[in-house]
Write a protein that binds this ligand. Structure first.
Ligand SMILES: C[S@@+](CC[C@H](N)C(=O)[O-])C[C@H]1O[C@@H](n2cnc3c(N)ncnc32)[C@H](O)[C@@H]1O
Length: 384
């Protein structure tokens, strides 16, 4: 079998996550990857490839490749739909990159052809652009055919699974505490970072988030089967993260409890034994909220803020080194501050990494809104 993985809005980070489970994935376009095989290894189990949609934060759809077509005429499209054995078919076409949208006229002709073959057919059209929404495909049980250019031909694939959008959205907005202004990480981004750090088998691995905030990363870590520990210097954050984790665990009693420490991230080793942590995954403090709101415009002030952040992150990496097991991993977001066409980065952190005993393995992998002032850049560091 051959499958296409359609990545979400942050293709670099999503691809880094995909390659954890599917290192052989072949790039077709900027955000579409092809994987050969039937199953993959997940937490010591072997599971079918379409089920990976529940594990990946950065993949929005997985489709099984049917074959190549040189033309997108109604007969060719109908032929592929007729491979489906259901008597009633609700169909739709999504086209990508330079493949033109399938016209309503062609949809009508395909419907007629299906009905001539004795099928009850209806179709849905993409609302905007040329791609059907995952919500529509899942809710209306649509047989969706994805059409991607592949050299001179078109690669046709049938959607097998779409991202469980309701589960992701519930973990984001139904938890007791969330605050979009406090720089919380969306659960999908947290899952990508956790997967990149823990690899295919997360069972019994220990993960620490020393700037836990509302605890988004911790939730994704225990859902992957890891043991999670957390720190934050604000008592309020710890209380809220505890309540959020209790809420998550009230929906699944098999999830383990999380250990919390009220602690500065640069003193977390007062609470944790040396060489016991497999991975540190964190979105640290990224400067005053005024910076993110674009309210600090004075260059000198921004440069001073960047210096302060560099000092904090270097202090953290120095502190965390002793806690990590040999070859332990740090996946952390570092800020790029972009204001009036000028970019300010915490580049001293990257420069100092080597001398602090780490190797930079991946990054920068961006995850932010396109026009944000403070942009998250994920990095993966390995303890040497
Ligand atoms: C960007 S938020 C983390 C948000 C988190 N990823 C989430 O999704 O909720 C940064 C957190 O770091 C905490 N913090 C700031 N300075 C700290 C320090 N020196 N040590 C530990 N925590 C700190 C803040 O209280 C805040 O909760």
């Amino acid at each position: 079998m051959s499958y296409l993985f359609f990545l979400g809005r942050s293709p670099e980070l999503s691809q880094a996550e995909l390659s954890v489970f599917f290192p052989e994935a072949k790039q077709i376009t900027e955000s579409i990857y092809q994987v050969e095989g039937d199953s993959f290894e997940y937490n010591t189990r072997t599971i079918p490839i379409p089920a990976s949609i529940k594990i990946l934060g950065g993949t929005v759809k997985i489709a099984e490749v049917f074959g190549n077509a040189s033309d997108l005429d109604p007969a060719t499209l109908a032929e592929y739909l007729l491979k489906d054995s259901n008597n009633r078919i609700t169909f739709g076409f999504s086209t990508y990159e330079n493949v033109p949208k399938i016209t309503q006229g062609i949809y009508g002709e395909v419907k007629d052809m299906l009905e001539k073959e004795g099928r009850k057919a209806r179709f849905i059209l993409p609302k905007e652009h040329s791609i059907l929404s995952g919500v529509a495909v899942a809710k209306q049980d649509v047989l969706e055919i994805n059409i991607v250019k592949n050299g001179d031909a078109f690669l046709l694939s049938k959607t097998m699974s779409v991202q469980p959008f309701e589960e992701w959205s519930s973990r984001d907005y139904d938890r007791p505490f969330w605050d979009s202004k406090k720089g919380m990480l969306p659960p999908k981004a947290a899952r990508m970072a956790v997967n990149i750090a823990l690899g295919g088998n997360a069972l019994a691995k220990t993960l620490l988030d020393p700037f836990c905030g509302m605890g988004t990363i911790l939730s994704e870590a225990i859902l992957r089967g890891a043991i999670a520990m957390a720190g934050d210097s604000a008592e309020e954050a710890i209380e809220k993260a505890k309540k959020n984790s209790m809420w998550l665990r009230s929906h699944d009693s098999t999830l383990p409890p999380i250990t919390f420490f009220l602690s500065d991230a640069t003193h977390i080793s007062d609470h944790i034994r040396k060489e016991t942590i497999d991975a540190i995954v964190t979105e640290p403090f990224m400067g005053s909220p005024k910076l993110g709101e674009g309210k600090i415009t004075d260059k000198k002030e921004i440069k001073n803020a960047v210096k302060g952040l560099e000092k904090l992150y270097i202090g953290c990496l120095r502190e965390w080194h002793a806690l990590l097991k040999p070859h332990g991993v740090v996946v952390m977001a570092l800020p790029d501050i972009v204001l009036a066409n000028t970019k300010y980065s915490v580049k001293n952190v990257i420069d100092r990494c080597e001398t602090l005993g780490y190797t930079t393995e991946q990054g920068p992998l961006p995850y932010s809104r396109p026009n944000a002032v403070v942009r998250r850049m994920f990095y993966k560091f390995i303890k040497r």
